[in-house]
Design a protein around this ligand. Structure first.
Ligand SMILES: Nc1nc2c(ncn2[C@@H]2O[C@H](COP(=O)(O)OP(=O)(O)O)[C@@H](O)[C@H]2O)c(=O)[nH]1
Ligand SMILES: [Mg+2]
Length: 208
């Protein structure tokens, strides 16, 4: 199997020990984190990349506040599935909790190569995606933008329009649109491009 589950953490106090101590079961591979709105397809993308059904995919945007670590053997990386943001009815307190846990994670992890910011290809980047982008960047993390669910763009015209609209938002964010990757974890479209990009991340190297 190309990947396996290593650990799940829900408590920011435990993070440092788990990441840098023995609890990550001795794994020292560099980390790549998955960030994005709840339901954007983080778990599906992890399963697609690792070629195994490890991360739980759900039709309902979850309220879980857990961080899952997976060993991606083929690429010698640890994939970190961070809790999603932006589910319906999230209170300000929930949002603060999300930010606190992510912040605790960023602070605790000394070997995070980059974050993949997953965005819905059909309508993103949203305002919340932009806030998450700024939040990660201000934490010194390189961010690779990944548009998921491209299978939802049915016609050539729709695809071209979305690329143009998303491209101008990316430019406003200071991201080169050519560096963004457009995939479908459902059909597997362009997953190779994404995998190669992740493999090219080096220590301290920034994503797009
Ligand atoms: N059409 C389409 N649906 C997807 C894709 N990736 C994930 N989904 C669906 O989106 C929903 C949420 O997926 P999940 O991986 O649990 O999202 P997460 O909350 O970000 O981890 C599920 O119903 C998935 O089947 C995709 O590439 N295309
Ligand atoms: Mg998930």
């Amino acid at each position: 199997m190309a990947g396996e589950w290593i650990a799940t953490v829900g408590n920011s106090d435990q993070l440092k020990t788990i990441i840098n101590g023995p609890f990550l079961k001795g794994h020292r591979e560099p980390r790549v984190a998955m960030v994005g709105r709840s339901n954007v397809g983080k778990s599906s993308l992890i399963n697609s990349m690792l070629g195994a059904r490890l991360a739980q995919v759900s039709a309902e945007p979850g309220k879980t506040r857990l961080i899952h670590f997976y060993h991606w053997k083929d690429s010698s990386k640890i994939i970190v599935d961070l809790p999603g943001y932006g589910y319906a009815r999230a209170s300000q307190a929930d949002r603060n909790k999300w930010a606190q846990l992510i912040q605790a994670y960023l602070k605790a992890d000394e070997n995070l190569q980059a974050a993949l910011l997953l965005v819905d290809a059909r309508n993103g980047p949203s305002q919340l995606d932009r806030e998450a982008f700024d939040f990660l960047q201000s934490g010194g993390v390189g961010v690779q933008i990944v548009f998921n669910k491209t299978d939802g763009l049915k016609t050539q015209k729709e695809r071209a329009e979305r690329r143009r609209d998303a491209g101008s938002i990316l430019e406003e964010m200071g991201v080169d649109p050519a560096e963004a990757i457009w995939v479908s974890s459902r059909t597997g479209d362009r997953m190779n491009e994404l995998v190669n990009r992740i493999r090219s991340f080096g220590p301290g190297e920034e994503g797009a």
